[in-house]
Design a protein around this ligand. Structure first.
Ligand code: PEP
Ligand code: MN
Length: 264
């Protein structure tokens, strides 16, 4: 079902009038994690003012260590929904377990599956019937074929609205947090009809690389970007402040991107 042989035309996912998968690019921006109602409201206003269409923010965080901040949970879903409604943005948030799919689907417009859960097959099966579009991140050691098979689980379960996300893979290079695999963008688009979104934040782990890799992703044909932005990155509650853009950098990036491709 994910293959272009089966479905030759590009899939366009229409979420409340925002069309993802066509010539126009979608920008999802926001903090790594929802921290408070004030924080997400302030950032939502900045995403909207810059021209973004989707507010990102994790309420449930997949942290490498068990003692790190794990997210504010269901409260965060409510805060995000309010900020999204107030500022006219769609919302995307990560869901980590099958038990939380229904509640996340109740509050968010798009469900994000993190790199660490790309092959959580029970979770993928549950997404088949969740009724919401899914952004499926590539596992950091997954091949294109494994990513497409993970998408296949969701599609086969009855949900046609899947976006693929390149977010960097693990390589021998240690300067960057991950290696953003730009070739994944055209390859996935050749093999599949599903929209492809690039994540230059996790794909590099370094703020100063987010703008150039965003532009490179769009030049490579990505249908959109998911970008971390924070009003106070140095004091963010996850370690991802180092890869989060400041609001003025985010706004400047969107202005530059508009010269490459129209925004949705
Ligand atoms: C995130 O988007 O904050 C995140 C945890 O992403 P990934 O699953 O790609 O690490
Ligand atoms: Mn993050």
């Amino acid at each position: 079902l994910a293959s272009r042989d089966f479905h030759p035309e590009d899939t366009i996912i229409d979420i409340k009038g925002v069309k993802i998968g066509g010539k126009e690019i979608v920008i999802m921006g926001g903090p790594c994690a929802v921290e408070s109602a004030e924080q997400i409201d302030e950032i939502a206003a900045l995403v909207k003012a810059a021209g973004g269409q989707v507010l990102r923010g994790g309420a449930f965080k997949p942290r490498t260590g068990p003692y790190s901040f794990q997210g504010v949970g269901v409260e965060g879903l409510i805060m995000m929904q309010e900020a999204g409604k107030k500022h006219g943005l769609l919302t995307i948030t990560e869901v980590m377990t099958p038990e939380y799919v229904d509640i996340c689907a109740e509050y968010a417009d798009i469900l994000q599956i993190g790199t660490r859960n790309m092959q959580n097959f029970d979770l993928l099966r549950k997404l088949g019937t969740c009724g919401k579009p899914v952004l499926l991140k590539r596992g950091f050691s997954a091949t294109y074929d494994e990513l497409l098979n993970a998408a296949e689980y969701i599609l086969a379960g009855g949900n046609p609205d899947v976006m693929l996300c390149e977010r960097g893979i693990r390589t021998f290079e240690s300067y960057t947090r991950n290696t953003l695999d730009l070739a994944a963008i055209p390859v996935l688009q050749q093999l599949s009809h599903l929209p492809v979104i690039s994540d230059p934040s996790h794909g590099t782990g370094r703020r100063e690389l987010v703008a150039p890799m965003s532009k490179a992703s769009i030049a490579a044909g990505a249908n959109g970007l998911i970008v971390e932005m924070h009003t106070d990155p140095d004091n963010s509650m996850t370690g991802d402040g180092v890869q989060s853009l400041f609001p003025d950098q985010f706004a400047e990036l969107l202005q530059d991107l508009e010269k490459l491709a129209p925004l949705v």
